[in-house]
Design a protein around this ligand. Structure first.
Ligand code: LMR
Length: 395
């Protein structure tokens, strides 16, 4: 069976952590995967999550199967968190299922699209999360790209994006990041969202919105502005969301896939197609993370606590953006890195070349994705001087 197999390269993001762990340099920094770290370099379990877990331990009385859609309570509460009091909920046009993380949601979305339209194409931003291409290809979709980030000027290439989206054939899917664009940190403004939503409606492409970082940009409500607007303007779309980052539930694998149809009847039909997609994949989603999230969101006290903890993470990342830029200046770097403070969420591109990325790793034990994407969430006052000095040296 396996004798013809050849070694494949490690995952461009996850492979870095393997190298990082094996590195004995005490100054090493892992700026690879998007995992929030506090000032001490730890990724602690949120206090609200601990409390919800304790509550579940005391209350849970069965581990029997739920069903392919997962917990109905989680599905209802995550939909309200993502979409607020949106009319698609009142109109009964949305069906949400729990999924194994945001990646599981994207895979299910891809398979639903392929099942509906075999041979369909999905357009993703250039650049996009390194795993999007693989997930959608594995789901049986063709993947194409539209321009997004202007590497030269470190901003959005919105005109080129619009021109490309105008050419997308009707019924092709287009993936759009809801907020905290991964990997560039460059988000659409409200006016730009309006334009893209109207394009989706007029051109007729099918929006798939990926919201993996709600609460890490400007706030829970602010970060959901674009997806809510899109759901207002178009009749049909998919929202893939994740609780990995905002609830810190990375390894518990909980996310959601919400499909919006033209009518309640159509939503039921879509749901009936969605269920076997799940059933033939993993049968049912894991329940633990969903139980935690539904417990937090079902308690006013825990929700308030969660808002505070999320704000702390968001503010710390924002502070580190500014501190890194200041430290680069302090270390004599003349190149303008101020764009980092204008970007949102966990990531930005440093904008250095592949050799410089490699030198950071080889000479300074600083691990950065090959595209020069850095996870700002791993920077702390204790490592920022070393980081800025090292960047200054490779520049
Ligand atoms: C990232 O982009 O680093 C995160 O989404 C983690 C992952 O799974 O790649």
């Amino acid at each position: 069976m396996f004798s013809e197999l050849e070694m494949r390269p490690a995952d461009p993001i996850l492979g870095l952590t393997v190298k990082f762990k094996a590195d004995s340099n005490p100054n090493k920094i892992d700026l690879g995967p998007g995992i929030y770290k506090d000032e001490a370099g730890n990724t602690p379990v949120l206090e609200c999550v601990k409390a919800a877990e304790q509550f579940r331990v005391d209350q849970e009385n069965s581990k029997a199967y739920i069903n392919s859609a997962g917990s109905a309570l989680f599905n209802e509460r995550i939909t309200a968190l993502n979409l607020g009091e949106h009319r698609v909920i009142a109109e009964n046009r949305i069906r949400t299922i729990s999924t194994p993380g945001g990646t599981g949601s994207l895979r299910i979305a891809g398979e639903l699209i392929r099942t509906t339209k075999p041979g369909a194409t999905i357009w993703v931003s250039n650049p996009t999360w390194a795993n999007h291409q693989g997930v959608f290809t594995a789901a049986g979709l063709n993947v194409k790209t539209y321009p997004y980030y202007d590497y030269e000027n470190k901003c959005l290439d919105f005109d080129a994006m619009v021109e490309a989206l105008k050419q997308v054939p009707a019924d092709d899917a287009v993936l759009i990041h809801a907020c905290c664009h991964n990997p560039s940190g460059m988000d659409l403004s409200r006016e730009q969202w309006q334009e893209v939503a109207e394009l989706a409606r007029d051109v007729g492409f099918f929006p798939v919105v990926d919201m993996a970082y709600q609460g890490f940009g400007d706030g829970l409500e602010e970060d959901a502005y674009g997806v809510r607007l899109m759901a207002d303007v178009v009749d049909e779309m998919i929202l893939c969301s994740s609780c990995s980052k905002n609830f810190g539930l990375y390894r518990d694998r909980i996310g959601a896939c919400s499909v919006i149809g033209k009518s309640a009847e159509q939503a039921d039909i879509i749901n009936s197609v969605l269920m076997p997609v799940v059933r033939t994949n993993y049968s049912m989603p894991p329940a633990h993370g969903a139980a935690i999230v539904e417990t937090v969101l079902g308690s006013e006290e825990l929700t308030t606590q969660w808002h505070g903890e999320l704000k702390e993470m968001r503010d710390r990342i924002g502070g580190m953006r500014q501190l890194l830029v200041d430290k680069l200046v302090e270390n004599g770097v003349t190149r303008d890195f101020s764009f980092i403070t204008r970007q949102k969420g966990m990531f930005s591109f440093l904008g250095i070349d592949k050799d410089q990325v490699q030198r950071l790793q080889d000479e300074f034990s600083i691990y950065v994705v090959g595209s020069s994407r850095i996870s700002i969430a791993a920077i702390a006052p204790s490592n920022v001087d070393y980081l800025a000095q090292s960047i200054a040296k490779v520049l």
